[in-house]
Design a protein around this ligand. Sequence first.
Ligand SMILES: Cc1cc2nc3c(=O)[nH]c(=O)nc-3n(C[C@H](O)[C@H](O)[C@H](O)COP(=O)(O)O)c2cc1C
Length: 230
Amino acid sequence: MIESTFPVHTEGQGLKPDFIDPNFYQGREIPLPKPAENLYERDFTQLSKKRKSGRAYSKVTMTQKQLSHILYYSYHLMEDTRVHLPVPTACNGRSLRLYLCILNVLDLEKGIYKYHPKNHSLFLVQRFSDAEEDLQAIFLKQNFLLKASCLLALGAHLPSASYKYPSEAEKFILLEAGHVGQQIQLAAESLNLASCPVAKYDQALADAFFQAEETPITYVFSLGTRGGLG
Ligand SMILES: Cc1cc2nc3c(=O)[nH]c(=O)nc-3n(C[C@H](O)[C@H](O)[C@H](O)COP(=O)(O)O)c2cc1C
């Protein structure tokens, strides 16, 4: 039998956890600017045709507005006529937590951050000066990732996925990650940025790097300005 690298062990049924747990968001909060308004592509049909995975990144720095746009349309808790995410979520469980590894984004220090989906802000978890060796080991020498402006990682908050139907938690979480992933790719494409889904990585190293042991990393997206044929 082949063992899964994704370590899901669900507990029994419980109370629905808070989506925004204040203990999870600690440290320095950095508000993000409004999402980008000048889009390269707005037309859904064109966006869908253009979507592809881009692994060639230029050295041009990504802006905070670009990053804000991608996060806003992927996992911002919108409060208009109703409170909702841009993605569906099983039993309204909202079971993902977003982490960022910032490498080359204007006026943001290199480091690990958490995205606060209600405040639309970042929380600095840890600065680093160079993460090249760590990233090579985590991503099993997929070295295109080193040139990205940032990595957006989706962490699985198991109690949120399992509080109602524990036996379905693993399926729910992976399906939700897929929804968010599609939003990330389309949002990046709308700004003419390159993005690549990445699910081949060392699970334990990735969880340790993002300090996400409580919410194992299920999916990572590299993002950056297009270079070469990217
Ligand atoms: C679940 C999943 C995992 C993936 N993991 C990786 C990966 O680890 N490294 C990589 O370079 N591409 C990865 N990809 C991207 C695929 O290689 C890519 O989507 C596929 O080749 C089709 O190309 P397109 O996205 O440009 O249409 C992954 C895609 C999916 C859906």
